[in-house]
Write a protein that binds this ligand. Structure first.
Ligand SMILES: Nc1ncnc2c1ncn2[C@@H]1O[C@H](COP(=O)(O)O)[C@@H](OP(=O)(O)O)[C@H]1O
Ligand SMILES: CCc1ccc(OS(=O)(=O)O)cc1
Length: 287
């Protein structure tokens, strides 16, 4: 299976496998968020699956049985993808839901619900590099031929889910709402324990010290790399991800410095400043 294009919906590019405009339209207009739902929201390649693993382990009180037996996309399905939407729409009880959608495409019912939203951001330079390697080794979306090419696509918004800048600006308009917690990959890396405690508090969950220790052990980069329910190697069977590729590439902050040229770094700074200048700098801990 090869893919040399995107699926387009409302002017935004999406991966070609698993995404249908009719379904995304139905999800936006008809999917009903419930007050007890938890939504994990990110721009792609920001640490989405790490946060899912952490939230699953909060719900299982650190017990790894669930994360080791159920694929990650069934534990917290992507509401905009065909598989996720179908499994979520009739699901009973409190649901964990994932989305990469920009704010204008999220199911509208979110704004009338008390569903809790965990919004995770990451230095877009690192999301860019992460996306370049991941999509180069994938067969479900347009494949970049070089980092140089992908850099152009990313800065122009021609990557899955569109422009990082528009996406982030859109969701940042929710800051200050009591059901909206902003997290960063950088703080999660720097101080995982405290950040997990902050997430627990927001979700109204309390973990015993040994439960928290187990959560930290089982959601580490190393543990997730070994967990076939979480590392995307199950997608090898469908030829969606190349045999040598895993979701778990490096798991560090600042890898962009190993890949950007000086000219690219300067160009990115300029674009970031132009596009995000009016937002408070404190929102972006890597800047
Ligand atoms: N437990 C963990 N600790 C640190 N980084 C993790 C992680 N689990 C996943 N990641 C990183 O999150 C990125 C994938 O993000 P997403 O889940 O949104 O697709 C990858 O970044 P890199 O490609 O920079 O290594 C991956 O390595
Ligand atoms: C089908 C596998 C798949 C599809 C889309 C994904 O989203 S993204 O990489 O985060 O844009 C991931 C896996």
């Amino acid at each position: 299976m090869m893919s040399d294009r995107f699926v387009w919906f409302e002017g935004i590019p999406f991966p070609t496998v698993g995404y249908k405009p009719e379904l995304m339209s139905e999800a936006r207009d008809s999917f009903v968020f419930k007050d007890e739902d938890v939504l994990i929201l990110t721009f792609p390649k920001s640490g989405t699956n790490w946060l899912i693993e952490i939230v699953c382990l909060i719900y299982s009180k650190g017990d790894p049985k669930w994360i080791q037996s159920v694929p990650i996309w069934d534990r917290s399905p992507w509401v905009e993808a065909e598989h996720g939407y179908n499994s979520l729409k009739d699901k009973e009880g409190p649901r964990l839901i994932t989305s990469h959608l920009p704010i204008q495409l999220i199911p509208k019912s979110l704004f009338n619900s008390k569903a809790k939203v965990l919004y995770l951001i990451r230095n877009p330079r690192d999301s860019l590099v992460s996306g370049y390697f991941f999509y180069s080794n994938s067969n479900f979306t347009k494949k970049p031929e070089s980092l140089e090419q992908y850099f152009e696509w990313f800065t122009q918004g021609n990557v899955p889910y569109g422009s990082w800048f528009d996406h982030t600006r859109g969701w940042m308009s929710m800051r200050g709402k009591e059901n909206f917690l902003i997290l960063s990959y950088e703080e999660l890396k720097r101080d995982t324990r405290n950040t997990v405690e902050k997430i627990c508090q927001f979700l109204g969950k309390k973990l015993e010290p040994e439960e928290l220790n187990s959560l930290l052990k089982n959601s580490s980069f190393h543990a997730m790399k070994e967990n076939k329910m979480s590392n995307f190697t199950l997608l090898h069977d469908y030829s969606l991800v190349e045999k040598n590729a895993s979701l778990m590439r490096k798991g560090i902050t600042g890898d962009w410095k190993n890949h950007f040229t000086v000219a690219q770094a300067e160009a990115f700074d300029k674009i970031f400043q132009e596009k995000m200048a009016d937002l408070p700098r404190e929102l972006f801990p890597w800047e």
